[in-house]
Design a binder for this molecule. Structure first.
Ligand code: F6R
Length: 658
């Protein structure tokens, strides 16, 4: 067990916070230099390699506060948040209660917000959320729990909010406030426009906030338009504030909040005024910060090969010049004189970078037989490779790498597709009914099919599908997948439906990965003994299923690593429906002709249940095939702008070393 001491000093230097972190998972931290602040940053922040360990740190700070208050015989007043960000913090607090005896007897909680109107027992309510994730599992006194009430009558809300503030004041104010941040920059539900002096009140939700909540409510039209929220001034009065942000989707708003000017259009920027606020970020949420994205602009850099690529591509993009046209002056004027000292002249560096980029392009994703492969992304041998394409949902294979999939099959490799989840929750009831009715007619109205039809018709809003309906929905996605894989010339025997159990909850909230998930992942890899694995490294999907599927792959790789066949197995990560690799990150760029683009589009069309305003679209209303075509064209355009050949579209991959 490794004990890591991570010290972090509060920005305004008046207070000092020290984190003692017990790192059970042997997760290593970034070096201390990572925590240096820069002239661009106006809020103290700590970047950690992943949200699990970051959540443990925050839970430890809360636990220490609770205990120190116990020692003083005082109440510990916590302001709590809901949403996806704090879930693991609550999980760790529950663990500490159960395993380490952490008592919540002296804890009083005030939640930030609640939808309005909202019944307490609605599974979408924050009242329900808090009980499910924390309160039901610890020894907190029920009277000490306060979550804004979404059932208060309209005419009583004003007084209700004043009373909420008074209750906080009566117990001495918030000792600690936990926050998440919305993509609008809201904290609590203080949407853009909120005033610094605002107190607890009712508020109209922003469209982006409602779109983000839409999947949980099965459609934006079901998301309440209003909420009751603590105000900015309520939050500002907390003695300590910790804001959590995880994932790529938070990158842009985190940069605006930490580096931008204080403004009501990004309410979280008010936290720049707080004396004791810390943002805890994972790598992805910090990715847009100047010191992370363009470190050469803020300090001298250690120029690794990756950083050189990032810097040259950035310079070419910002100066709108192809790589071979960059001059010494361009480098010197953009904080990269140190790079020139290492590399000689711009001329030498440009050619080196151009060649590197050129060598990432290959129309032979499985390697080109009988060719010199020293400068190609893939090995030429064996000429015919065994390949597994892992697809989190039954359609990511064609959406994200349909062109490459097609080439791999055409070039004679033994391609296998492994659909990791059934994807059943993303089929609408209307779609399922259609199939159930056809089935009913064909089976001469068998009792089973009629029961399925009735189950769909009787389903209450937000209730979970019956097992039969889930099975039907999963089968619809299976037949769509087979139609697409057949179209791309793959025999059915090479298509594997893993139906990983973690996904089978019938709701958006998924189970944790279990031994059974691991076994299924390992079994398919052992069966195929692949030379190549392609998998989704797409971490921005709204429900995190891709992330869990990737974790499932990483776990399997860890288990299988000692096996001999794994020495020959290379792993390539694709992205697609939601996000793309940055150009400098790409290790293999597979170009597509206009005809191949059309073929890919056609393959995506077989996934009919996912067309036309699907259930889990996110806030991008374009259909998947449009999004991905735009993205593949953009990658090609970016390559072209760097001075490379002009392709219709490019699918991009990053090699993962395990
Ligand atoms: C929740 C709340 C919101 C969320 C924010 C981020 O009580 O007040 O401000 O913290 O919308 O949500 P997640 O964490 O789901 O990204």
């Amino acid at each position: 067990m490794l004990i890591v001491f991570l010290q972090s000093y509060i920005h305004n230097s008046r207070t000092m916070t020290k984190y003692n972190v017990l790192d059970k998972n042997n997760i290593s931290y970034k070096p201390a230099g990572q925590f240096e602040e820069t002239r661009f940053e106006k809020i103290h922040n700590v970047i950690l390699s992943n949200s699990n360990i970051a959540s443990i740190i925050v839970a430890q700070e809360i636990a220490e506060l609770i205990k120190s208050k116990q020692d003083e015989n005082k109440l510990c007043v916590l302001g709590l948040a809901t949403g996806s960000s704090p879930i693991k913090v609550y999980e760790e607090l529950v663990r500490m209660h159960k395993e380490d005896g952490l008592s919540f007897e002296n804890v009083v909680t005030f939640n930030l917000d609640e939808y309005f109107p909202m019944e307490k027992d609605n599974i979408q309510s924050y009242h329900y959320f808090m009980h499910e994730h924390l309160f039901n599992h610890v020894n907190i006194v029920p009277e000490n729990i306060h979550v804004p009430d979404g059932t208060v009558k309209n005419e009583e809300i004003y007084q209700y909010c004043i009373d909420y503030e008074l209750k906080i004041k009566a117990v001495g104010g918030l000792d600690f406030q936990l926050l998440g941040i919305g993509r609008t920059g809201h904290i609590g539900f203080n949407e853009p426009g909120s005033h610094l002096n605002s107190g607890t009140r009712s508020i109209t939700l922003d469209h982006v906030t409602r779109a983000d909540a839409a999947p949980a409510f099965l459609g934006i039209e079901n998301v309440p338009r209003k909420a009751v929220t603590m105000g900015i001034s309520t939050i500002q009065k907390a003695k300590r504030v910790v804001l959590l942000a995880w994932g790529i989707n938070k990158g842009a708003i985190i940069k605006e909040t930490i580096e931008g000017d204080i403004s009501s259009t990004v309410p979280a920027t008010y936290l720049q005024l707080h004396k004791n606020a810390t943002f805890i970020l994972d790598n992805e949420a910090s990715a847009e910060l100047t010191r992370v994205k363009t470190p050469w602009l803020v300090s001298s850099c250690v120029w690794t090969e990756d950083l050189k690529r990032k810097a040259v591509v950035w310079l070419s993009e910002t100066s709108q010049k192809s790589v071979l046209k960059l001059t010494d002056k361009d480098y010197n004027n953009n904080g990269m004189s140190g790079l020139l000292v290492e590399e000689g002249t711009a001329y030498d560096l440009n050619i080196k970078m151009f060649n590197h980029l050129q060598h990432t392009i290959s129309g032979w994703p499985g390697g080109k037989p009988n060719a010199d492969d020293t400068r190609r992304p893939e090995r030429s041998e064996p000429a015919k490779k065994r390949v597994i394409i892992f697809s989190p949902h039954p359609d990511d294979d064609v959406i994200s790498m349909g062109g490459t999939f097609d080439r791999l099959v055409e070039q004679g490799h033994d391609v296998h597709i492994a659909y990791q989840t059934s994807g059943n929750i993303a089929v609408s009831d209307e779609e399922a009914l259609k199939f159930a009715e056809v089935n009913s007619i064909l089976s001469d109205r068998s009792r089973a099919t009629d029961a399925t039809i009735k189950s769909i018709q009787d389903k209450k809003k937000y209730s979970i599908d019956s097992l039969e309906v889930r099975k039907l929905k999963g089968l619809i996605r299976r037949s769509e997948s087979l139609a697409a894989t057949r179209y791309l010339g793959l025999p059915d025997k090479n298509v594997h439906f893993l139906d990983l159990p973690f996904y089978e909850t019938g709701t958006i909230k998924k189970n944790k990965l279990s031994a059974e998930d691991n076994e299924k992942m390992c079994a398919i890899i052992e069966e195929v003994k692949p030379h190549q694995i392609f998998a989704a490294g797409d971490l921005a999907d709204p429900h995190g299923t891709h992330r869990v599927c990737l974790d499932a792959l990483f776990a399997a790789l860890e288990i299988l690593k000692p096996k001999k066949f794994m020495n020959d197995c290379w792993v390539w990560l694709y992205r697609g429906a939601w996000h793309e690799w940055e150009t400098y990150e790409i290790d293999m760029a597979v170009p597509m002709s206009p005809d191949q683009v059309l073929k890919k589009r056609h393959a995506i069309f077989y996934h009919q249940s996912q067309k036309d305003g699907v259930m889990f679209q996110g806030d991008d209303s374009r259909e998947f095939w449009v999004r991905v075509e735009d993205r593949n064209q953009l990658t090609a355009k970016k390559y072209n702008n760097l001075g490379l050949a002009d392709y219709a579209a490019i699918e991009a991959f990053k090699r993962y070393y395990y």
